[in-house]
Write a protein that binds this ligand. Sequence first.
Ligand SMILES: NC(=O)c1ccc[n+]([C@@H]2O[C@H](COP(=O)([O-])OP(=O)(O)OC[C@H]3O[C@@H](n4cnc5c(N)ncnc54)[C@H](OP(=O)(O)O)[C@@H]3O)[C@@H](O)[C@H]2O)c1
Length: 269
Amino acid sequence: MKGSLDQKLFGPWALITGASSGIGREFARQLASSGLNVVLVARRKDMLLELGRQLAKEFGVEYRVVISDLSEEGAIDKLTQATCELDIGLIVSNAGTGQPGKFLEIGMDKLTELLRLNTLAHLGIAHHFGQKLLQRRQGGLVLVGAMGADKGIPYMANDAGAKAYIKSLGESLHAEFKPMGVNVVVLLTPTTETPVLEKFGLTRDILPMKPIKVEQCVYETLEALKANRSTIIPGVANRIINAIMPSHLLRLMMAKIFSKALYRTPSGG
Ligand SMILES: NC(=O)c1ccc[n+]([C@@H]2O[C@H](COP(=O)([O-])OP(=O)(O)OC[C@H]3O[C@@H](n4cnc5c(N)ncnc54)[C@H](OP(=O)(O)O)[C@@H]3O)[C@@H](O)[C@H]2O)c1
């Protein structure tokens, strides 16, 4: 899928966090295909450099790589310094991860590190770049959350709470920034084919539905950004499930899925 974002509104530069893999990488690709220069942010330098070179070659855009662990204090300052002279019209605050498991078996250090990455990094990015976008009176902010997180996800309790924060933050900013000409959309990510599924043990046999393709996930989000919708759940079937499934049943389903993923026997039983 090829993007078609208006360079005048959302360019000349876009910044994407978590661009080394999965959804962030695909955002970078679709934005570059629209002719936007890209700032690629993550921890894995080699993957960012390789992606930047590919995009420059394929689409003739410029790129800048910023190596940053966004769970660390001071990460946002580093990001703002590394981009201070660039005219950034679109920010995709996507970097994030989680740690499936029993809540009490995950140490407070890990839970706090994840909470910083999954909430404070988005907050810092929205605050710094939000000011810049409002000064330009045009542009966009995409915050990446998770479908169903606001209803609670057993065995992902801390990460679901963090994603619920992103949804609320983004929906609020959508309304605040709209009169200033700045679009804000929250991607309520459904299960999407990226490396994180394997990392979490979420194999096809235990998922109730086929994960959507990363290309579709990003394409639908950019369409929602253009239309200035407050949230987007890519995939019709996902939208229907989210609308009709009672929260307690969704939690029951997620508990079963993660129990299987976490505690399956080597034979797969
Ligand atoms: N795929 C799904 O089914 C799904 C569902 C719900 C929500 N999401 C959300 O979608 C977003 C993208 O996930 P994905 O599926 O594309 O997973 P992914 O392939 O694992 O990509 C995660 C990205 O985040 C970056 N990242 C992780 N920790 C970081 C840190 N401490 N500092 C800076 N960057 C960091 C990673 O880069 P480095 O490792 O190079 O730093 C990577 O580029 C995440 O926020 C995730 O929670 C995904």
